[in-house]
Design a protein around this ligand. Structure first.
Ligand code: GRF
Length: 206
């Protein structure tokens, strides 16, 4: 299955996906990486691994329509079947969400629906978790719909919050879990085992 990864930043989840493919844990091909940020580490990682890497940002286009057509063109010409957001800081246009309905995934570094939504990204999430005093946080992989951090949940894992955690130490432990489960969640789609019924996602047995 050809997948596209959209990323705005350093790209450690992209790297984890590439490694899972190399190690045979994920039967997919990253055929395209798109970033809205020309300096994204993710673009460098893609190029170093021989993957088409494009800087596409709304600002390069005169209208939403042209921007959306460009994205769709790049996706369609590579037969992309699944879009994987990995630290992508822009909202996916609704036209693309509709075109790729139930075929766009996102990863969030907390247990949704807590600590999600606009403004909840990066280290802010872990600060909010610690400030609130919750005892557990974690990772959520979900399907992207037209609202931030909202679509049906595919997979979640719990990470304990320790008394001496700083946002940075927590972020590090959460990120390790992200790297473990994102390739696993993508593989479920590759294997055709994901059944979506309203807000609920069921995983068929192998
Ligand atoms: C991750 O924490 C992910 O959960 C969030 O953005 C971060 C991206 O990190 N959506 P990286 O660019 O994959 O290293």
């Amino acid at each position: 299955m050809n997948i596209a990864v959209f990323a705005s930043g350093r790209g450690s989840n992209l790297m984890a996906i590439i490694n899972a493919i190399k190690e045979g844990r994920l039967n997919a091909k990253v055929a395209l990486v798109i970033s809205n940020n020309s300096n994204a580490g993710a673009l460098e990682i893609a190029r170093a691994n021989g993957i088409d890497a494009l800087h596409i940002s709304r600002r390069q286009f005169a209208s939403d329509e042209e921007y959306i057509q460009k994205l769709l063109h790049e996706l369609k010409t590579r037969n992309i079947e699944l879009i994987v957001l990995a630290g992508y800081m822009k909202k996916i246009p609704p036209e693309i969400v509709r075109e790729y309905q139930n075929r766009i995934l996102n990863i969030h570094p907390a247990l949704l629906p807590a600590f999600g939504g606009p403004g909840m990204y990066g280290i802010n999430v872990h600060k909010a978790v610690i400030d609130y005093g919750v005892k557990v946080t974690g990772v959520t992989v979900h399907i992207v719909d037209e609202e931030y951090d909202h679509g049906p949940i595919v997979m979640q894992r719990v990470v304990e919050v320790r008394d001496d955690d700083t946002p940075e130490s927590l972020a590090e432990r959460v990120l390790k879990v992200e790297h473990e489960i994102y390739p696993q969640a993508i593989e479920l789609f590759v294997e055709g085992r994901v059944v979506i019924s309203g807000r609920k996602v069921f995983i068929k047995d192998e």
